[in-house]
Design a protein around this ligand. Structure first.
Ligand SMILES: Nc1ncnc2c1ncn2CCOCCNC(=O)c1cc(-c2ccc(F)cc2)cc(O)c1O
Ligand SMILES: [Mg+2]
Length: 215
């Protein structure tokens, strides 16, 4: 039977990236997606913005919704100090399996926990599962119509604190209009838009950075 796109992406990583070197994993995936087969990773242009926002946040606790093949997981985790932990949620078991191998190839497996399941089911259990109060940084990159219900769920579960930063991918393409409305016009958030392009294309897209102002 044919391989899947995530399996072909993983093969490109295992062939072209140096074990234990996150930057070579990132470069191998971007090269594969530019020259062989497009895939829905955040990519190099938006990835550079993601890097800047992570570095200025210096988070101790990170949540990512929508792991896919682990590209953004590697991008974020490579910037985190040793003691920090990143929790990433992926509902597709096949994506999760590939992501674990990509993360392992980068040598970052000890700093990452890949959870399989629906974000809406897992978010209410996280405080108890991991003994955390709030997330310093959240990256939204799963189903675009889940961004709004999930940020509200994070609020209701007390998992956002004053200063928590939520960065959302694809707010232009495929788009998350209800989410944008909420974070831009709700006094609980201070929000700003980073114009960019859909990964590996010239189609307009962007990231929205929203800082929680506290209850
Ligand atoms: N824990 C969870 N809970 C719920 N659902 C979950 C989940 N974990 C996964 N899922 C399922 C959704 O996973 C993938 C979400 N990502 C995208 O759909 C996406 C699509 C494009 C795109 C595609 C085609 C175009 F033409 C133009 C743009 C670009 C992107 O950058 C994208 O991120
Ligand atoms: Mg995306």
């Amino acid at each position: 039977t044919r391989t899947t796109r995530p399996q072909r992406l993983l093969q490109a990583v295992s062939i072209n990236a140096v074990r234990g070197d996150p930057d070579s994993v990132i470069k191998a995936i971007d090269h594969f997606c530019k020259h062989t087969e497009w895939a829905m990773n955040v990519g190099d242009e938006k990835g550079a913005i993601l890097d800047l926002v992570v570095m200025e946040t210096c988070p101790s606790t990170v949540l990512e919704l929508g792991t896919y093949c682990g590209y953004s997981t590697v991008r974020i985790t490579r910037l985190l100090p040793p003691a920090t932990k990143l929790i990433t949620v992926e509902m597709n078991p096949e994506y999760a399996h590939v992501a674990r191998q990509v993360i392992q190839h980068a040598g970052l497996q000890d700093k990452v926990c890949v959870l399989e399941g629906e974000s809406a089911d897992l978010i209410p259990k996280m405080a108890n599962m991991f003994g955390i109060q709030a997330f310093d940084f959240v990256f939204l990159d799963h189903w675009k119509d889940h961004y709004l219900p999930d940020i509200r769920l994070l609020e209701d579960c007390g998992l956002l604190a004053q200063g928590s930063v939520v960065l959302a991918d694809n707010v232009v393409c495929p788009g998350a209009p209800d989410y944008l409305n909420y974070v831009r016009y709700n006094l609980k958030y201070s929000s700003r838009f980073y114009q960019a392009h859909l990964e590996y294309t010239r189609v307009l897209d962007g990231l929205e950075r929203s800082e929680y102002q506290g209850d």
